[in-house]
Design a protein around this ligand. Structure first.
Ligand SMILES: [Zn+2]
Length: 645
């Protein structure tokens, strides 16, 4: 496969969300370089394992052949059941664009990147060739065997969802590689959508939101405000009930009431958070304070009443949807990996629009729990749904023991999550810091070299394993500038020091702002206490009432059966046990070791009389592992929430 010369990295590369927010502007991809620690390891694993794995699976599943067959009938019929399988190619390309924009660390990485580059080149050529003269692109409806014409089924056709992922891949290729070939394809398709569904067109919208945030980013990249206006129209029109509500009711599609009147996040969880992310982009770019305030209300309600402890969302399997407030059963958590990514995408935009530190606290929780759990430790197997409990006989959609695979699976018939993990992992550095001319704000923590107009710094941290964050100034602009550090709400008793001098005033709003004339070599040490702690559940959260879960820093822990001689369902967690759980610093997962009381049920009566208790029989040694890492060993029961009595 020929390597085209226009794939050389360009000097300044705009990040995934390129806009000025209240707290500053996200720094360019080449301005934040991960230098070590967990996120760095995730990115390396992504580059050498997950990207090659996903490329192989996408090829094998026929997603590329669906483009090829439009010009070569010998390739055979459309592969796969769904009209959105083009997006798995697009999401993979988005991630690959980032990886090709980075220097490989060694020969192994360089070899994997060459394979990824071949896939990129082959895919771009097929995509360019597949686009119709009028700009339409969607291999499902372009197929001669398609049961319907394009645009006949906006509820389930996913045609603009396809455009959204194409546009995001195109923007990434343009920004990371200076390669505008996909951008030209995406713009032509977007122009067709503007023509059909723009201000003078049919007032319709896609059954699966996603195109909204992509159109805003396309506008940011091209400077063409028609795409922003189109995104605004899609956000404002939604809820008019124009979709055909087949299979599921209007709520599923967020089509029962306008977004501005929606009382609480509802319906299909991925659809909801993608829509909200796009709407937040629209509010940010159009200075729509009323819309932004409503989105903050929806976010706060979701975080407080519709999110799992892990940050996962969606508790109804039948329609992959949010439940009612506090309807959060642990073993029936759907918590799709894509929904975690969508929550992080929404949260990042909401932070940009508001500057709120607590929004980032939740993004951090999602990142280290609901998101991280979706991928196996070896980087080549995926959960689709992410429950917080696995009973010994639990059947998980991700396919425990199905097809000979244990727990996480190599691929899915609906493979939305794996390539979503690829792209989001490749973009993590774009979500660590924002800056303006006289301030640098550290939003999420990872070891990184960060260059900004006011300050160049080196951040060193072993989070989430250890709570110390060291920031060393490498270069400072003349005059006073501000270094702002997020102090997570979980870090009760946090302290900070500048060049050894303790900082007296710690913040109430989650931001430690240090304004002074900085000199190279100046060092800030932020200490975030990470004692083992435990939480119970809101009294209305019936599914977790009478139980408690263990956390440390941003990490949620769980007990897997193999780490307990007693059935995990019989373990009791008491308040006095919590401080006695000891971090095993020699274990790569920093497991927590201790012993817990064991209280087996006293009989088979499913409904014992009120007041009856199951007495403790003995204590047993247990180890708790980070929830994100469960399911990497033998298959067995698992619990996040343990009984308290
Ligand atoms: Zn998914």
């Amino acid at each position: 496969m020929a390597i085209t010369p226009n794939l050389a990295p360009v000097p300044t590369r705009a990040p995934a969300v390129a806009t000025a927010g209240r707290a500053g502007t996200p720094l360019g991809t080449d301005r934040v370089r991960l230098t070590g620690g967990l996120l760095h390891d995730w990115q390396r694993r992504n580059r050498v394992v997950t990207v090659p794995h996903v490329v192989r699976e996408v090829r094998q599943a026929g997603n590329l052949d669906n483009f090829r067959r439009l010009h070569d009938p010998a390739v055979g019929d459309y592969r796969g059941r769904y009209p959105f399988l083009d997006t798995d190619v697009y999401k993979t390309l988005e991630g690959i664009a980032y990886e090709l924009g980075r220097e490989p660390a060694d020969e192994g990485e360089a070899a994997e990147l060459e394979t990824a580059r071949d896939f990129f080149e082959e895919s771009v050529a097929l995509i360019e060739r597949a686009q119709r003269a009028d700009g339409y692109l969607g291999t499902f409806y372009q197929s001669p065997q398609s049961p319907k014409e394009p645009w006949q089924d906006l509820s389930w056709g996913h045609e603009m969802y396809n455009l959204g992922h194409l546009a995001q891949a195109a923007v990434a290729a343009s920004r990371q590689l200076g390669d505008r070939r996909l951008l030209d394809v995406a713009a032509r398709f977007a122009d067709l959508v503007v023509e059909r569904y723009g201000p003078d067109g049919e007032p319709a919208y896609c059954g699966h939101p996603e195109v909204e945030m992509a159109l805003v980013e396309l506008a940011r990249e091209t400077g063409d405000r028609r795409y922003l206006e189109q995104a605004r129209l899609f956000v404002e029109r939604r809820g008019a009930g124009t979709l055909e509500h087949t299979i599921f009711a209007a709520d599923y599609f967020q089509d029962a009431v306008p977004l501005r009147e929606l009382g609480s996040v509802t319906g299909h969880a991925v659809r909801m958070v993608y829509l909200a992310a796009g709407a937040t982009d629209v509010a940010l770019e159009t200075d729509d304070d009323a819309l932004l305030a409503h989105l903050e209300h929806l976010w706060d309600d979701m975080v407080a009443r519709k999110s799992y402890l892990t940050g996962g969302i969606g508790s109804r399997h039948s329609d992959e949807a949010f439940g009612d407030r506090f309807e959060l059963p642990a073993e029936r958590a759907y918590a799709e990996t894509c929904a975690a990514i969508g929550t992080a995408q929404w949260g990042w935009r909401l932070f940009l629009a508001t500057g709120r530190a607590d929004v980032l606290d939740h993004v951090e929780r999602v990142l280290h729990n609901a998101y991280a759990v979706g991928l196996s430790e070896d980087g080549a197997a995926f959960f689709y749904d992410n429950p917080l409990q696995r009973r010994p006989d639990h059947e998980q959609r991700s396919g425990a023991e199905k097809d000979g695979e244990l727990l996480r699976r190599a691929w899915f018939g609906c493979p939305c999550c794996p390539p979503n993990v690829v792209r989001w992992t490749s973009e993590l550095q774009d979500h660590l810091a924002v800056a303006d001319d006289d301030s640098l704000t550290l939003a999420l923590y990872a070891s990184a070299a960060i260059d900004s107009p006011a300050l160049d710094v080196d951040v060193t941290t072993d989070l989430p394993w250890d709570g110390r964050v060291t920031v060393r100034v490498r270069r400072a602009a003349d005059g006073p500038t501000t270094l702002a550090l997020r102090v997570p709400a979980w870090a009760d008793g946090a302290t900070a020091a500048v060049d050894g001098e303790p900082v007296s005033e710690l913040p109430a709003d989650g931001w430690l702002r240090l304004t002074r004339t900085w000199a190279p070599g100046a060092t800030v040490v932020l200490d975030l206490p990470m004692p083992v702690r435990a939480v119970t559940a809101h009294p209305h959260l019936d599914a977790a009432r009478g139980s408690a879960a263990v956390l440390r820093g941003p990490l949620v822990y769980c007990v897997e059966q193999q780490d307990s001689p007693a059935p995990v369902d019989d373990l009791l967690l008491a308040a006095e046990d919590v401080p006695r759980l000891v971090v095993d610093e020699d274990h790569p997962w920093r497991v927590l070791r201790g012993d817990l009381a064991v209280a087996p049920p006293s009989g088979d009566d499913p409904y014992p009389p009120l007041g009856a208790t199951a007495p403790t029989t003995h204590r047993a040694p247990v180890a708790l592992v980070p929830y994100a890492l469960w399911g990497n060993r033998e298959v067995g029961a698992m619990r996040v929430f343990l009984r308290t009595s």
